[in-house]
Design a protein around this ligand. Structure first.
Ligand code: GDP
Ligand code: MN
Length: 396
């Protein structure tokens, strides 16, 4: 589950990570009130108005702007709230902004120039360890840094059973070229950041930029936080942070129905039981010259109700030109699935795309007969290759 910047910062703050403070607003008036309050709390004169959408690169798209007085706060908030923000990470239509974060200006002048770093904490699946990735090149997108100056990206691997050790936190501060107060502040920052990542059961923290202020404080200016969905049951308070407006509506609906659905760009809808078989089916579709329109795992109980729900989800995608149902009858019997497909088809009236059903496993032959005799416009197959050939046929 992805969070908004302001929510990510709330979590960071609750673990003692220093953040750029801010207050969320949904109208220009609220933004002005927020700015006044922030000035009382922090003494800040200037404010930054930041669009809250689940996409990075907001600055480049005009979604992050500095306001030097309350009139500018109101004007800028008025422009950003309600806009469709286009960034390098959104589609061409952009993302509708429903709220802004009014934040204190932390790039104030002082003895030193403020400096931006990059820092993320994530799981390295190949080593089974957590990893802090960081760079002196903050503020720009890390993919560019990785391409142009890979030697400026450092990593620190952390054994999850042992946790982050003191010397590792110091090494981070050292590699970033810090000394004195900033060095100490950075080791504190890294230590708190790792603790926050670990205890919030996150799969990704990306703080870009981490800022060294002109008076050598270390502050999280941005926060991209992803919480591991499988751990959400342990964090009811985070679960409430879910913003469904930011998620794919079909995926949200699928989740509510207990279906495992991921929207993709192709033209062949697929309905499969089991994630492994779903992956293999997607390969099969590609080999047949199609592109999967979705990943859909209906799970162990492929009864009529679930099959119908899955059908409906797939048909919401206008680019679907064919549907391939590939079910292995292990626990569930193929004839029951076939009956489910037939019932769902009948319940839905007419379906205007060709359907190919491949049922393999217990009672596969009975299932094939059921479908062939149903009189519906559904083609059945028992072999994988046979199904692939039929997909090829209907696409050509
Ligand atoms: P992103 O573009 O979506 O990654 O949003 P960020 O939160 O990273 O902000 C983008 C940029 O806005 C930062 O890299 C900073 O250069 C700038 N910015 C953020 N906060 C402040 C601030 O308090 N003062 C000033 N002057 N600039 C800021
Ligand atoms: Mn950023």
């Amino acid at each position: 589950m992805n969070l908004h910047e302001y929510q990510g910062k709330e979590i960071l703050n609750s673990f003692g990570v220093e953040i750029q403070r801010g207050i969320v607003a949904t109208t220009p008036k609220e933004a002005v009130e927020a700015a006044k309050k922030l000035t009382e709390q922090t003494g800040t004169g200037w404010h930054v108005i930041k669009a809250q959408v689940h996409a990075g690169g907001r600055g480049k798209g005009g979604g992050v702007k500095l306001a030097k007085n309350l009139q500018e706060v109101e004007d800028i908030a008025g422009k950003i709230i309600g806009m469709d923000l286009v960034t390098p990470q959104t589609s061409a239509e952009g993302k509708r902004v429903h709220q802004v974060l009014v934040a204190e200006d932390v790039y104030y002048p002082g003895d030193n120039e403020p400096e931006e770093y990059y820092m993320s904490v994530l799981l390295n699946r190949s080593t089974g360890r957590n990893m802090i990735m960081y760079s002196t090149e903050g503020g720009m997108d890390i993919e560019t840094v990785a391409e142009e100056t890979p030697h400026l990206i450092f990593t620190e691997e952390i054994d999850p059973a042992v946790g982050l050790l003191g010397f590792q936190a110091r090494r981070v501060a050292f590699n970033l070229g810090l000394s004195g107060k900033a060095f100490k502040e950075m080791t504190k920052f890294v230590t708190a950041l790792y603790k926050a990542y670990n205890e919030s059961d996150s799969s990704l923290f990306e703080i870009n930029p981490v800022l060294k202020t002109s008076d050598d404080r270390i502050i999280a200016v941005d926060a991209k936080v992803s919480i591991d969905d499988n751990a959400l049951f342990r964090h009811k308070d985070y679960e409430e942070m879910r913003d469904k407006r930011e998620e794919n509506p079909v995926e949200v609906e699928a989740k509510e129905k207990g279906l495992n659905y991921v929207d993709l760009d192709g033209n062949v809808g697929c309905m499969v039981n089991g994630a492994g078989l779903a992956m293999a089916t997607m390969d099969l579709i590609k080999q047949a010259g199609g592109e999967p329109a979705n990943f859909l795992d209906v799970g162990g109980t492929a009864d009529a109700e679930r099959v119908e729900a899955a059908f409906k989800l797939i048909l919401k995608d206008p680019s679907v030109k064919a549907i391939l149902i590939n079910i292995f009858g292990g626990i569930v019997r193929c004839d029951r699935v076939a009956q489910g497909v037939i019932d769902a088809y009948k319940n839905m009236g007419t379906i205007h795309v060709p359907i190919i059903v491949r049922l393999q496993g217990t009672n596969a032959d009975i299932a094939k007969k059921l479908i062939d005799d149903s009189g519906l416009d559904v083609q059945s197959a028992i072999e994988f290759q046979e199904a692939a050939d039929k997909v090829k046929e209907v696409l050509s």
